[in-house]
Write a protein that binds this ligand. Structure first.
Ligand code: AP5
Ligand code: MG
Ligand code: ZN
Length: 214
């Protein structure tokens, strides 16, 4: 099962992708997480990506596409995967399709987690991310057992650098200009499914499972 998660920043792509990956035992591949891991390790890629991410801009396609094509060709991805945060531009979608076509495969579902901009701003200010494992929480909607400490690994929780309100606004603009056109792209391919991302997390997941198991 090859699944793409679409949706604005903060729509809940990562939250749902993690649940999908667990339920269906397929890898959760988040380009944002890959970049953040590279930033933490101080790699060349991380240094390049950080400059864009901190401003809320997209990392250039050429730094993203090969990385993802390489990742999905690894052994653990042979039964499928859930892509979170990729593709994010039409050229990225085309690069993915071209790579899959070469091996006679295709994406099965593009799931759009739909949340209006107003809700997004709220969510982002309450999000907390684990510096060690990347786990994501929310102070109100998904709190940890101990404040400021990751339930999964005991790591420290922080507000992500790009979750400052001004940066969130720019990320939303970038989303509408560069990523939203993918909705039409996947509608045309007949694989777009939309879920109401304003519902609580468990209900959103139930809806997604309903789509995947028709
Ligand atoms: P990335 O890490 O992908 O960020 P994003 O798309 O902006 O999305 P987020 O991770 O912020 O949100 P999410 O949808 O995963 O929501 P979450 O589940 O955390 O990318 C970061 C940056 O990297 C980009 O800006 C770009 O610079 C670069 N980049 C990455 N991929 C790229 C690519 N392909 N090309 C170019 N550049 C790329 O949920 C948000 C919060 O809400 C959490 O606190 C959560 O607990 C809470 N929440 C979730 N669901 C619900 C719910 N149903 N009700 C209430 N609260 C909820
Ligand atoms: Mg995410
Ligand atoms: Zn953690």
């Amino acid at each position: 099962m090859k699944i793409i998660m679409l949706g604005a920043p903060g729509a809940g792509k990562g939250t749902q992708a993690k649940k999908i990956a667990e339920k269906y035992a397929i890898p959760h591949i988040s380009t944002g997480d890959i970049f953040r891991a590279n930033i933490k390790e101080g790699t060349e890629l991380g240094k390049k990506a950080k400059a864009y991410m901190d401003k809320g801009e997209l990392v250039p396609d050429e730094l993203v596409c090969d990385l993802v094509v390489d990742r999905i060709s690894q052994a653990d991805a042979k039964n499928g995967y859930v892509l979170d945060g990729f593709p994010r531009t039409i050229p990225q979608a085309e690069a993915l399709d071209a790579a899959l076509e070469k091996i006679n495969e295709k994406v099965d579902f593009a799931i759009d987690v739909d949340v209006p901009d107003d809700n997004i701003i709220n969510r982002m200010s309450g999000r907390r991310a684990c510096v060690s494992c990347g786990g994501t929480y929310h102070v109100e909607f998904n709190p940890t057992k101990v404040e400021g400490v990751c339930d999964a690994c005991g790591g420290k929780l922080i507000l992500r650098d790009d979750d400052q309100p001004e940066t969130v606004k720019n990320r939303l603009e970038v989303y509408h200009a560069q990523t939203q056109p993918l909705i039409a792209y996947y509608t045309e391919k007949n694989i777009l499914k939309t879920v109401d991302g304003t519902q609580d997390m468990a209900k959103v997941f139930t809806d997604i499972v309903g789509i995947l198991e028709v």
